[in-house]
Design a protein around this ligand. Structure first.
Ligand SMILES: O=C[C@H](O)COP(=O)(O)O
Length: 232
C-alpha cells in the first residue's frame, strides 16, 4: 500500500457485484492511474477474481474466515482470496466483527501469503492493542456515523487526533479513518489531522456519478499532502 490511500468498500450494495461492480472498479482504476493516488477496492469475495484480472489497483476482500483448510462449509480463507487475485483483506469490519484471536490468526496467515491486512476498530483506544498484532493499517470508524453522510472528520475530529497519537506508538503502523466521509473536504481534513488515508462506502456506492466523487476525494487528499509538504 502507498499513502495517502483511499479504501473504497463496495459492501453488498446493488452495484457491488456483476458487471456494475466491474465497470465501477475500472472507473476507479482510471482515477487512480491518472492521479497517482493509491486507491484500494474492497469487493465481495465472488468478484475478486473477475475484478483483479481487469484493474491495476489493489483488490481486497472485505472479510476472510479464520478457519484452517478442511471441513468448513462456506468458508472463504486467506489462501482462497490470494489465489483469486486479492492483494489483501479488511478484517473485523464493524458489520463483520470477529474475535481477537481470529484477527491475530488472519494477520499472521495473510503475512505468510503476501496479503496485506487492514483491521477495523470502532475506537481509538484499540489502535495500540490491535496494532501490536502487526496489521499493515488500522481503520478507525465510529460505528454510529457509518452510512450517515456525517463524517468522522466533521462530527468527531478528536477520534482522528487521538488515533494519530496512538498510531505513532506502533512502528510502521498506518492509520486510516472512516465513517460518513462524503466530500473532498472530509478527505482533506482527515489527512490534515494526520491520518494516512480514508475508508468510504456509501458516498461512492450510492452516488449517481461515483467517478466524480472519487475524483473529489483524490483532490482533497492531494491538497492535504501538498500542504503538508509545503508546511501550510
Ligand atoms: O468501510 C467503510 C465504512 O464502513 C464507511 O462506510 P460509509 O462511508 O458508508 O460511512
Amino acid at each position: 500500500m502507498k499513502f495517502p490511500i483511499l479504501i473504497i468498500n463496495f459492501k453488498a450494495y446493488e452495484n457491488s457485484y456483476g458487471e456494475k461492480a466491474l465497470q465501477l472498479s475500472k472507473s476507479i482504476d482510471k482515477v487512480a492511474r491518472e492521479s497517482g493516488i493509491e486507491i484500494v477496492v474492497a469487493v465481495p469475495s465472488t468478484m475478486i477474481h473477475r475484478i483483479s484480472k481487469e484493474v491495476s489497483i489493489p483488490v481486497f476482500a472485505q472479510h476472510v474466515d479464520a478457519v484452517p483448510e478442511g471441513a468448513h462449509t462456506g468458508a472463504v480463507t486467506p489462501e482462497m482470496i490470494k489465489e483469486a487475485g486479492a492483494a489483501g483483506t479488511l478484517v473485523n469490519h464493524s458489520e463483520r466483527r470477529v474475535r481477537a484471536d481470529e484477527i491475530d490468526d488472519v494477520i499472521k496467515r495473510s503475512r505468510r501469503l503476501g496479503l496485506e491486512t487492514i483491521v477495523c476498530v470502532d475506537r481509538y483506544e484499540l489502535v495500540v492493542p490491535i496494532g501490536l498484532l502487526g496489521p499493515d493499517a488500522i481503520l478507525v470508524e465510529p460505528p454510529e456515523l457509518i452510512g450517515t453522510g456525517v463524517s468522522v472528520s466533521r462530527a468527531r475530529p478528536e477520534v482522528i487526533t487521538n488515533a494519530v497519537e496512538m498510531v505513532q506508538k506502533v512502528k510502521g503502523l498506518k492509520l486510516i479513518v472512516g465513517a460518513g466521509i462524503s466530500t473532498g473536504d472530509d478527505v482533506y481534513t482527515s489527512i490534515k489531522l494526520g491520518a494516512h488515508g480514508i475508508g468510504v462506502a456509501s458516498a461512492v456506492m450510492k452516488s449517481k456519478d461515483p467517478s466524480k466523487v472519487v475524483r473529489e476525494f483524490v483532490e482533497g487528499a492531494k491538497r492535504a499532502v501538498s500542504e503538508r509538504i509545503t508546511g501550510t
